[in-house]
Ligand binder design. Structure first.
Ligand SMILES: CC(C)(COP(=O)(O)OP(=O)(O)OC[C@H]1O[C@@H](n2cnc3c(N)ncnc32)[C@H](O)[C@@H]1OP(=O)(O)O)[C@@H](O)C(=O)NCCC(=O)NCCS
Length: 128
């Protein structure tokens, strides 16, 4: 499973690919992962708060609702486990991801200046 995720991650994030062992380490550290042929999400729930670590959809499968569907699945999981809020960070210049989160009810709550190689990170939150 992690080898396939490695390939999918490379297609989604060609400049910063994660290895199969990075995914195995995330799982060992308590993160949850869902993955299909075309998309994946890594998230973590701690007490009543959750964090989306990463989300990606294969370039050939984008703009068909896969990321929104995956968000709905994990939000449901987080809610069932008692999660009340979800947090994430997104690069200020990542328009597809910012639009995805806005379309799914995530609100900007702050900025981490120059967080990603000189690009600001936007902090977002969704209350469940
Ligand atoms: C961001 C990403 C996960 C979106 O995946 P997706 O499956 O294409 O998203 P969806 O089809 O579910 O889109 C849901 C909404 O997001 C917005 N959106 C998605 N891609 C968009 C784009 N390229 N431009 C503008 N809005 C976009 C739209 O509002 C869309 O709703 P609509 O299609 O009804 O207009 C995908 O582009 C990706 O993998 N990017 C590279 C990895 C990445 O940057 N991950 C996020 C790191 S924080």
């Amino acid at each position: 499973m992690y080898d396939e995720l490695e390939n999918l991650h490379k297609a989604c994030f060609p400049k910063k690919p994660w290895s199969a062992s990075d995914f195995a380490d995330l799982k060992k550290s308590g993160c949850d992962i869902i993955a299909s042929q075309n998309g994946f999400v890594v998230w973590r729930v701690v007490a009543d708060e959750a964090e989306i670590i990463t989300i990606g959809v294969h370039p050939d499968a984008r703009k068909s609702g896969i990321a929104s569907a995956m968000l709905a699945i994990i939000e449901n999981d987080i809610k069932k486990r008692g999660g009340k809020k979800i947090f994430l960070e997104v690069a200020e210049n990542n328009e597809p991801a910012r639009k995805l989160y806005e379309a799914n009810g995530y609100k900007k709550i702050g900025i981490r200046p120059k967080y990603y190689d000189g690009i600001d990170a936007i902090l977002m939150e969704k209350a469940l």
